[in-house]
Design a protein around this ligand. Structure first.
Ligand code: NAD
Length: 457
């Protein structure tokens, strides 16, 4: 049997070895899920909701152990690992509160003789191939509503968050989900590729654009429902009337939280020339105050880079920006190991010829570009194929909303950033993806509509 080694990215130490799946074991899990799904769909929703409440209680009870596992295998600062688990609870609550009303039959016409009704039925068996950076969020955004709406799920956590994925599966089984209805699948990219080769009714993926495109091509002939939640190059604009200190502190947090390893990390900042220098001063001072170090230390704000190959991507962006004339304001270097470490890095005097301003960094790097006004800012914000989040800092709500209406992004922020709400859809536009999770739309997405034409005899 193949074993998947799990490493601590902060130290390079081997944490565990986990038995990995292969094509045969995945096919067996898919067949078992197919057989088990109809009975699961028939379980009353009230029972499924009770199960989710037990899952929630178990997450609360084991929170510290779960946070520690997450911190050890991903290199996430422990306080941010705890925040992720705390942030999961309102998502569970939302799904528990909203599933019944969202999937209830809707009568949309009745003239006494003819009734028209929309029903919502489960997709069937769905596959979830997931990312490592917020493994509780991105997995549970799929698994929980998929289960509540009556689907069976084959779930492959990222190979960089396997232990967390195993906790998720263990706790849901302990809460009462039958083993065949939720099957964990262990392994790296080849295992993910074997998973999406199964006859699935839905494929729900979170990860990079490059992998998303490969999955879209791989599943095309089978026509499952396909959702891809991909990367971003999220832009922000600071108008001259903004609260500059608040904007600088908020955006520095948005750029560096989770060590910049978030799809919604702030990656590009455009600042009006009148306030540019003051903004940069506050921004750099805030970043310099962020403590990098042992992820298990409560004082740490910048953790490890989870994937070692990303260090070269970050270094190449730094080298390219410097070669093209950008001004390095802080950071800029890979730090010596053991483990994977990159200094929080801020550039000014950047432009869109630089990879730093075009390609997803997925690390603690950000470029700040001076602009002359709203129109230039909007043009630069839209100069990307990505479209996940975008925001404006200003005291003028009307101006912010008018500006953001012109920006191609699924999420718009006014005076805030890097924020996700269970009540709002999380949807990437363009190269940031297809489909959505969260909100009531993110419950319905695990169902297909059935149109009923009911004529009274
Ligand atoms: P990745 O694309 O390298 O891997 C994602 C998953 O795909 C992993 O489970 C991996 O094993 C699997 N995989 C790799 N090759 C595959 C293949 N050929 N077929 C099937 N599965 C395969 O991405 P990552 O490094 O885990 O995550 C980082 C990326 O995810 C970033 O681009 C980030 O922006 C994005 N992300 C997006 C969101 C969102 O909500 N839009 C959330 C989190 C992360």
């Amino acid at each position: 049997m193949n074993l998947l080694p799990i490493f601590n990215p902060a130290t390079g130490e081997r944490l565990a070895e986990v038995p990995a799946d292969d094509a045969d074991s995945i096919a067996a899990k898919a067949a078992a899920a197919r057989a088990a799904q109809p009975a699961w769909a028939a379980v009353p929703l009230a029972d499924k909701l009770a199960l989710m409440r037990r899952f929630r209680a178990a997450v609360v009870a084991e929170r510290e152990t779960l946070a520690r596992t997450l911190s050890l295998e991903v290199g996430k600062p422990i306080t941010q690992a705890r925040n992720e688990l705390n942030g999961l609870l309102p998502r569970i609550d939302f799904f528990v509160e909203k599933t019944a009303s969202t999937i209830a039959d809707e009568d949309v016409f009745d003239d006494g003789a003819m009734r028209e009704r929309i029903g919502h039925v489960p997709l069937g068996v769905v596959g979830n191939v997931s990312a490592w950076n917020y493994p509780w969020f991105v997995s549970c955004n799929v698994i929980l509503p998929a289960l509540l709406t009556g689907n069976a799920v084959l779930y492959k956590p990222s190979e960089y968050a396997t232990l967390t994925g195993q906790h998720i599966v263990r706790l849901l089984h302990a809460a009462g989900v039958p083993a065949d209805v939720l099957a964990g699948v262990v392994g790296a990219g080849a295992v993910g590729a074997a998973l999406v080769e199964q006859q699935l009714d839905g494929v729900f993926f979170t990860g990079s654009n490059a992998t998303g495109v490969k999955i879209a091509q791989a599943v095309a002939a089978r026509l499952p429902k396909l959702q891809l939640e991909l990367g971003g190059k999220d832009p922000f604009y600071v108008r001259p009337d903004a609260d500059i200190q608040a904007a600088a502190e908020g955006l520095a947090d948005g750029a560096m939280y989770n060590t910049g390893q978030a799809c919604s990390s702030v990656e590009r900042i455009y600042v009006h020339e009148r306030v540019h220098d003051a903004f940069v001063e506050h921004f750099v001072a805030t970043v310099r105050g962020m403590k990098l170090g042992d992820p298990l230390d409560d004082a740490t704000y910048i953790g490890a880079i989870t994937r070692a190959p990303q260090l070269a991507v970050l270094q190449a962006q730094v080298d390219d920006a410097r070669a093209r004339g950008a001004a390095l304001r802080c950071g800029g270097r890979v730090l010596p190991g053991p483990g994977n470490w990159f200094e929080p890095t801020v550039f000014t005097e950047v432009n869109h010829t630089m990879t730093l301003m075009r390609d997803e960094s997925f690390g603690p790097i950000v470029g700040i570009q001076k602009v002359r006004g709203d129109d230039e800012a909007v043009a630069l914000m839209n100069d990307t194929r990505y479209g996940l989040t975008a925001g404006v800092y200003t005291r003028d709500e009307t101006a912010a909303r008018a500006l953001l209406a012109r920006v191609n992004a699924g999420t718009a922020y006014w005076n805030c950033c890097d924020r996700v709400s269970p009540r709002l859809p999380w949807a990437g536009w363009g190269d940031s993806g297809v489909g959505l999770t969260l909100s009531t739309h993110g419950i319905l997405t695990f169902t297909r509509p059935k149109a009923w034409h009911l004529r009274r005899a």
